[in-house]
Design a protein around this ligand. Structure first.
Ligand SMILES: C[S@@+](CC[C@H](N)C(=O)[O-])C[C@H]1O[C@@H](n2cnc3c(N)ncnc32)[C@H](O)[C@@H]1O
Length: 276
């Protein structure tokens, strides 16, 4: 299995152009949404897209992104995060990196530089960053680190490419000790039929703290937003009925994430780290 084997992206890329509701919700950002308070009814596509934008905003805030910075977004998907930074700030040097060329092709068509910004798209593995030491102000990893071959290598690489005082910020699914046996079992789920591809959801907040210390970062933000992401699952149920796509693995894996999140066993966190 190659690092770029992600069946959910195969499905997305085959459906996006023919299904406006999918393009609206997962054609830019490909991550969960954030709601400050639970909506009174099931979110619609516009509301989900707004919630996905808010979640991304929390990650960029955690990295203290601002005008004129050189920012790398690893696992950049279709470029939604860099598109927002491109709209909001000027004189930025924005870099999107992804293991999957097809996603980069879509990102480069969708996002064009504005306000004196520059944009570069690079096909590479986040655990081997093609940038020189101390060359970046911020590194972002929005809902993608669980796909990387090794979090430790990624942290070492992020530390190397960041300037002193630079920030790494990410969002991730974290487990509580109670979920460990089920998470281990799920990791044995055959990758050949899995919908979300290779996912390592074995990390806890404590392991992140330890990894940060060992890699030379200080942890500056740890924010649990599990509760705020739950309406995502209501939206996904509605979306499933609007698409001509049936995949038992997609249903089983999403239901597992939903059940574990609603019972508090699986957490969703925003984490920020500063290079000391
Ligand atoms: C859930 S998507 C998130 C995409 C994007 N960050 C967003 O929020 O819209 C996970 C992303 O990680 C990318 N990815 C997976 N493994 C990777 C790796 N080893 N190096 C770089 N990107 C990777 C996938 O191709 C995909 O774009």
């Amino acid at each position: 299995m190659r690092l770029s084997d992600l069946p959910y992206f195969d499905a997305l890329l085959s459906l996006l152009d023919d299904h406006p509701v999918l393009a609206q919700t997962f054609g830019h950002h490909v991550h969960w949404g954030y709601w400050e308070t639970p909506p009174v009814r099931r979110p619609n596509a516009v509301e989900f897209a707004e919630a996905a934008e808010r979640l991304m905003g929390l990650v960029t805030e955690a990295a203290c992104v601002g005008e004129g910075m050189r920012v790398l977004d690893v696992g950049c998907g279709f470029g939604g995060t860099l598109a927002s930074l491109n709209e909001r700030y000027g004189s930025m040097d924005l870099r999107g990196l992804n293991i999957d060329l097809r996603q980069l092709a879509r990102a480069s068509r969708q996002v064009l530089p504005e306000s004196g910004n520059t944009l570069h798209w690079v096909n590479a593995d986040a655990c081997a960053l093609p940038y020189s030491d101390e060359s970046l102000d911020a590194v972002l990893a929005v809902e993608c680190i669980f796909h990387f071959p090794d979090r430790r290598r990624f942290f070492r690489e992020a530390w190397r490419v960041l300037k002193p005082g630079g920030r790494l910020a990410l969002s991730d699914f974290l487990i509580t000790p109670w979920l460990r046996p089920s998470a281990w079992l799920i990791s044995r789920w055959p990758k050949s039929i899995g919908f979300y591809g290779r996912c390592d959801v074995q990390f806890t907040y404590a392991r992140y703290r330890q990894l940060a210390r060992e890699s030379g970062f200080s942890t500056c933000l740890e924010r649990d937003i599990t509760r705020n992401t739950l309406p995502t699952y209501d939206f996904l149920h509605a979306l499933r009925h609007q698409l001509p796509y049936r995949n038992p693995s997609a249903a089983v894996e999403t239901l597992f994430a939903e059940y574990a999140s609603r019972t508090g066993l699986l957490r969703y966190g925003i984490l920020g780290f500063e290079k000391q």
